[in-house]
Design a protein around this ligand. Sequence first.
Ligand code: ADP
Ligand code: MG
Length: 749
Amino acid sequence: HQPNANGNDNGKFSNANRNRKNYSSPWKQKIAQQRKSLPIASVEKRLIEEVRKNDILIIVGETGSGKTTQIPQFLFDAEFCRDGKVIGITQPRRVAAVTVAKRVADECGVELGQKVGYSVRFDDSTSNSTRIKYMTDGLLLREALLDPYLSKYSVIIVDEAHERTVHTDVLLGLLKRVQVARSNSIGDGRNLNNGNKSSPLKLIIMSASLDARTFSEYFGDAKAVHIQGRQFPVDLFYTRFPETDYLDAALITIFQVHLGEAPGDILVFLTGQEEIEAVERLINERLTKLPEGSQKLLPVPIFAALPSEQQMRAFAPAPSGFRKVILATNIAETSITIPGIKYVIDPGLVKARSYDPGKGMESLIVLPTSKSQALQRSGRAGREGPGKCFRLYPENEFEKLEDSTMPEIKRCNLANVILQLKALGVDDILGFDFIEKPSRTAIVKSLEQLFLLGALTDECQLSDPVGWQMARLPLDPIYSKALILASEYNCLEEMLITVAMLSVESIFYTPRDKYEEVRTATKCFASPEGDHITLINVYRAATDLLEKRTMDTNKAKSEKVLRKWCKENFINSRSLRHARDIHRQIRGHVQQMGLKLASCGDDMLQFRRCLVASFFLNAAVKQPDGTYRYPTQLRNSWAGPSGLLAIYSLCSKVIHTLQIKISFCYLFLIAFTFTSKKKNTLFASSHNRALASGEVVQIHPSSVLFRKKPECIIFNELIQTSNKFVRNLTRVDNLWLTELAPQFYAMQN
Ligand code: ADP
Ligand code: MG
């Protein structure tokens, strides 16, 4: 047990034994045995030595070698938590942070939330006694807003760095600065963070891919160590022809393996919650048709929005007589290692963010994996013995795949990142030491977006209070702005529900090709105004149902009633539960911020106007052929003409050398754009070149407005499959755009 130096506990947890679980000794022995047999166990001493010698260490090791679960325990045992300091481990995915923390708490024989805990957005299990803290990379970035020196940490481990999420990339740049600042302050004899004595910060970057060079170079030729993994041979199988329906192909393969192959669990890589739930249902349907007495198959889903008890089901051994088939997103590629897998089914696809900086469009798109992702996925079959991997595409397709995935920072909207960096005091975004610089166009475009949302002043500083409030909320800037505006429009209660419901993958179960049936079944919720109000209706109906039950029954019972109600109404009870959770949390945030919590009652006009004022960047106007164009406006501002960008680029270089803040350049551009040119035009004719260059988008068949096709809509999600579809939309009056977002739209004629 480590003494708690914070002194905040008042001795409450001083007796570590109080929080120890009562594990039987065979169980303890089994865990100890498992830990000892991991490849990493034999190099514990050497690793600790390297960490002592190097302030930055890069550790590369095959998935499953024990990096994530063991290294923090080694560091704890080597007294890196002296003086109440904490070892922080960041993960790109919340599922990994949660499940690994649970596993490590089990290995240590302590209750989760004591010595070992996790903290992810909307869910925090840590306490003052937590010394090993798993969290998402995004969460650590937020912590830096409150404690710029991250002074409670003695070691920060950036895990899964090869994933190169946008948060990981920004975090690496930030940690580099923090590390320098902390060692300087020690040299100065300065104490950081109100008397909490500062010490140097150790950084460990962990990666599953063999290419440590990029990280090593970025950290000034930092030392890299490789951990030898264990890998059994995996037989690869390809399809003869490309599959037209990969879900159907996956399903057939699952049953072929189940009925024809030796025991061993199956892992299937799917692109998201919706797909996983669809396959889960299909498996259960087909199982009923199998002859009596055949071996049983147990589908186990794992994805981010799953309640955490259910996430842990993936790790539990299959009950006897059953074969497990795990349906996972690419979370199971390297982030978590599930024991018992012998067969991998890989359709070769992954859902990713994609961003077109020229148009300012961010969308979700299902893409082929890279070669290195395909290799990682097949490797999951050979962890405990020889395995098989079924790739659901022809062999020659593999050769055409990219070698590795493009870092996310090169394919996402940067508004969120910029807002956070600005709040952290990084003014010169273009000059920030990114491991890989995002494109200038993308940065400029995102700055422009923040400016239009009112988060930045003319001097390119965070505006007070709006910009600061937006940075504080753990939401996409566009959602944060919606909440702030909603308090002015007296519809914050409605907007809170909307934002929570939009933060989960899908509220309605919509099996493919059954949109009409679902529409009929869910008519009672449908609003003629669109999906946002429909979502509010669903949320309120669920709340009413639960409130009625609280009088006469207990919580477990009312949950059961809710689940039944969800099933009858084609509503995804997991998503609804998650949305209710998120709602509770962000409601707490806005209350703390002092925003006015009011409801507009039945005045949905007010709410729809607020939607326009908030999401004006996502407006689309109907074309004569029934499709929509987005973006709707003429782009005559700076992101459009390359000439302007060239001026911008030139200015930034000159000004940079003169050591003048980049914001002056920005100011110049704003002045240039807003004074010399007419504003954007909404009602351009179809011959208008700029309007014609907008993308053709269609209303997604799941929308309540799919048949109605109003003249003008605002939407919240753009997805690309065979076509570009918009989802979650509301009918609006196009005049509102010019009225409520004059900074962006102006009327011509
Ligand atoms: P790495 O980070 O190197 O990929 P991990 O530390 O995640 O490896 O995993 C080490 C071992 O711990 C693996 O054998 C894995 O099966 C096991 N493990 C991890 N999490 C759990 C869990 N929740 N339940 C059971 N075993 C687990
Ligand atoms: Mg790991």
